[in-house]
Ligand binder design. Structure first.
Ligand code: NAD
Ligand code: LMR
Ligand code: MG
Length: 475
């Protein structure tokens, strides 16, 4: 399994004093440290100095790191900056807003803006449901984070969370043509987050909560679901659960096990771990053990986190106690939604035969798949650079496409289960194998099937406020 991780080439901007350093010395330094010079661009030159961009690639990040470190020590060289393709893609942000039609003359101006726009405003004032017809609401989702649990990076704050939220907005647009706005809030107060989202809801057809740490995320979502009439969906909980269940349906087929007989250990009972556990219980898992920082969650213990106490009531029927290392013995399925590096090869060796190991912490999984590939039935991660990417990106574009198209008032359990089944169904029986349990996000069937299945579920459960044309005859 090859890890083709992005970022193995960098661009070094160097200011060189030409009397002190020869270009050949730089090339030697780069090649001696395992790098290849891909391109050299002259940016500026003076009488005895020059500024150049040198693009260097290497097979390992550590080689690039040592090239950068040694450059810094060279006399006559000033390292102006180092950028890589990933950073270049982020310069100035990743998305922009564009008008749908140009404003070319006064007539256009008076229609899109005052005075004519006033008639449209009044049409909405008279009937607020017209907002779905006459504003961006029908196709727009707010991706809202407080920066408190960004990927597996933790509480890095709202500014640092923006690249992830911009990325989600890109994915919404590319995969499902949903217009999404990244919104990062400078508060981590539950009440302030709830109030802020309620105040900004009028312009949106849905709210995608993202990377808000547990347990606050549970109350924030529950209150907003109650108080708003548009879908509120905490992606780290439900998007992850939908995709996890889709992956597990297919992984269990590969290893020939039944979900009702599988012993499942979930590590990290935060936002994602809680929702994934809930979907697994609903799907019929009987022996489910949650593990977090205090070891296996068990009802004979007291927890400061009331969600863990409630969780322990519903899980761990055999009252197993101890660390992850202790309770993983004999498990058929491991699901990691905690932090990088927590799982050891020795733990996987002690699982049942043909174990299913979903190590979904981002960006660093609980164990590197290469370390266990030879001893697992199926291994999956959350990343796009390994096979079997169990990532909520497979769910959120399609589920919101469906919710917007039928103006769903909420996204309920039936809609989520329909989405899981739709994702799993994209992989045919003939295609299914250890390295292909879940479709690629680039597979266009994914959004199409989720949309269809979820709209049907919304219509059947009465949350659809609009029946899209193609569903009208058949319902
Ligand atoms: N692949 C995906 O689609 C996907 C989706 C959501 C979250 N995730 C990943 O799952 C992880 C958790 O995300 P979240 O949103 O649930 O965050 P969270 O902060 O709500 O939950 C993380 C949980 O892991 C626990 N944890 C952390 N370190 C631990 C340790 N050493 N031992 C035991 N438990 C530990 C925490 O106590 C917490 O309960 C992150 O790495 C995130 O990137 C992946
Ligand atoms: O953003 C992702 O790649 C998945 C998920 O939302 C996460 O928080 O890790
Ligand atoms: Mg997330």
């Amino acid at each position: 399994m090859k890890n083709t991780m992005a970022g193995k080439s960098i661009i070094l901007r160097l200011e060189l004093l030409t009397e002190q350093i020869h270009f050949g010395q730089l090339i030697t330094l780069i090649t001696e440290n395992g790098g290849d010079v891909i391109a050299i661009d002259v940016i500026q030159t003076g009488a005895n100095w020059t500024v150049r961009d040198i693009t260097v690639s290497a097979s390992e990040q550590s080689q690039l790191d040592s090239i950068v470190a040694r450059m810094k020590d060279l006399a006559g060289v000033r390292l102006v900056h180092v950028s890589d393709r990933t950073f270049l893609l982020h310069l100035g942000g990743k998305i922009e807003m564009k008008p749908k039609s140009p404003i070319q003359n006064r007539d256009d101006l008076s229609r899109v803006y005052t005075p004519d726009v006033a008639r449209v405003c009044m049409a909405i004032h008279e009937d607020e449901t017209n907002a779905y017809k006459l504003t961006i609401k029908r196709n727009t989702v707010a991706v809202v984070s407080d920066g408190s649990a960004v990927l597996g990076l933790g509480n890095i704050g709202p500014y640092a969370a923006m690249p992830v939220m911009e990325g989600k907005a890109m994915l919404f647009k590319q995969f499902a043509d949903v217009d999404a706005f990244p919104i990062c809030l400078s508060t981590q107060s539950t009440e302030e987050i709830i109030a802020t989202i309620k105040h900004l809801a009028p312009g949106f057809g849905g709210i995608n909560l993202e990377d808000i740490s547990s347990p606050r995320c549970f109350e924030i979502e529950a209150r907003l679901r109650e108080e708003l009439d548009i879908p509120v969906f905490h992606d780290d909980q439900h998007g992850t659960a939908v995709v996890l269940y889709a992956g597990l349906i297919n992984a269990l087929k590969v290893v020939g096990k039944q979900i009702s007989e599988a012993k499942v250990v979930v590590c990290g009972i935060g936002a994602a771990g809680m929702a994934c556990s809930n979907i697994l219980l609903a799907a019929g898992v009987k022996e489910l053990i949650g593990v977090d920082r205090e070891g296996a969650l068990v009802r004979t213990k007291e927890y400061a986190n009331p969600h863990w106490t409630e969780y322990a009531e519903r899980t761990n029927p055999n009252l197993r106690t101890g660390s992850l290392h202790d309770v993983i013995e004999g498990a058929d399925v491991f699901i990691g939604l905690s932090a990088g590096g927590l799982l050891k090869r020795g733990d996987v060796e002690r699982m049942a035969a043909k174990p299913v190991v979903f190590v979904m912490a981002n960006p660093t999984p609980e164990i590197h798949p290469d370390e266990i590939e030879d001893i697992v039935g199926v291994v999956a991660t959350g990343r796009s650079d390994f096979p079997n990417q169990i990532n909520n990106v497979l769910c959120f574009p399609g589920i919101f496409r469906a919710a917007l198209d039928c103006q769903a008032s909420t996204i309920n359990e039936e809609m989520k289960l329909a989405a899981s089944a739709a994702i799993a169904s994209v992989v045919t029986q003939q295609e299914l194998n250890k390295l292909y349990i879940i479709p690629s996000v680039f597979n266009q069937e994914v959004v199409r099937r989720i949309r269809e299945a979820v709209i049907r579920a919304a219509i059947q459960t009465g949350t659809a406020r609009r029946i899209p044309r193609e569903f009208r005859q058949t319902e």
